[in-house]
Design a protein around this ligand. Structure first.
Ligand SMILES: CC(C)(COP(=O)(O)OP(=O)(O)OC[C@H]1O[C@@H](n2cnc3c(N)ncnc32)[C@H](O)[C@@H]1OP(=O)(O)O)[C@@H](O)C(=O)NCCC(=O)NCCS
Length: 258
């Protein structure tokens, strides 16, 4: 029913991840990370779940200029609440978030005695939500666009090592390599919670889109990179996604929310 990957010892996730149906009850993710794939434009649920959102979330939703963005945000928060509610065994509407100074949301401590951790990413009509406990994790998804100027964006956002890696790829891999590099970097940044305050040129990930990702170095220190495990996720055609996990995690499972 589900894909389970042992990260300890030989930490590999097959590149073509299979996504299982949601389990009827979610066991608390001790030592494990569950990644949920969420469609944000499902007709059966789109726009129908606003009631579980908090007043500040409803206010935020109302500020989106385009209805599509409002629906995507509402869907994503509703799914996040429902998923977390399953692990915490409390109603989705009662979940309370707080925000770190860099914007990273987390559960309020009084609702979270076993330190459930989560991270969310969304792009166009897809979202991924990673849930674990105690140890840091981050996730990123990007819709692939072939009209981007990969060379100039790489110059702006990637390290010298990454730029060289991208440059060495054959032309046909340049765009997927660019987005692979991007989601790997973002997933790591989101795991640390530092966001863009962590200088993007100060760490390097691998750029080949078809090879297992790695965090190669942080400030030139290759040992520091080994404390993290990166896994690319095949969410759906036309997207790239990566999850970054503290090595303390030992398993990764992948589920479809809808
Ligand atoms: C805000 C940031 C954390 C991610 O932004 P993003 O990639 O545009 O958006 P994503 O969909 O992946 O993530 C947004 C979600 O992450 C969470 N989040 C917000 N701030 C966060 C932070 N500092 N750390 C981790 N997660 C964060 C939130 O849940 C947010 O979703 P919500 O506001 O709808 O609830 C930050 O890294 C950023 O601004 N990135 C801009 C992109 C960029 O320039 N990247 C450089 C190239 S690698």
């Amino acid at each position: 029913m589900k894909e389970v990957s042992a990260l300890a010892g030989n930490p590999k996730l097959r590149p073509h991840t299979s996504w299982s149906q949601a389990p009827s009850t979610a066991a608390f993710p001790t030592g494990r990370v569950d990644v949920w794939r969420v469609r944000l434009d499902e007709p059966a649920t789109a726009g129908a779940q606003g009631s579980v959102l908090s007043p500040d979330e409803i206010a935020r939703a109302s500020r989106f200029h385009f209805e599509k963005d409002r629906i995507h945000f509402t869907q994503c928060r509703s799914a996040l609440r429902a998923i977390l509610a399953g692990y915490l065994a409390i109603p989705a509407a009662e979940i309370r978030f707080e925000y770190l100074t860099n914007g990273k949301p987390r559960l309020r401590a009084e609702q979270n005695p076993h330190v459930l951790q989560f991270n969310v990413s969304h792009s166009a009509n897809m979202a991924v939500i990673a849930v674990g406990s105690e140890h840091r994790l981050g996730v990123d998804i990007e819709k692939i666009r072939s009209d981007v100027d990969t060379a100039s964006l790489a110059e702006r956002f990637f390290s010298l090592r990454e730029r060289a890696g991208l440059q060495a790829l054959p032309d046909r891999l340049r765009v997927p390599g660019f987005f692979a590099c991007w989601t790997r970097k973002e997933a790591f940044l989101k795991a640390t919670g530092d966001g863009l305050s962590f200088p993007l040129a100060d760490f390097s990930v691998t750029t080949h889109p078809d090879l297992d990702p790695e965090l190669e170095e942080i400030n030139g220190n290759t040992e520091a990179g080994k404390l993290w495990f990166l896994a690319d996720l095949s969410v759906v055609d036309g997207f790239r996604a990566t999850v970054a996990l503290d090595r303390c995690h030992s398993r990764l499972e992948t589920y479809s929310w809808n």
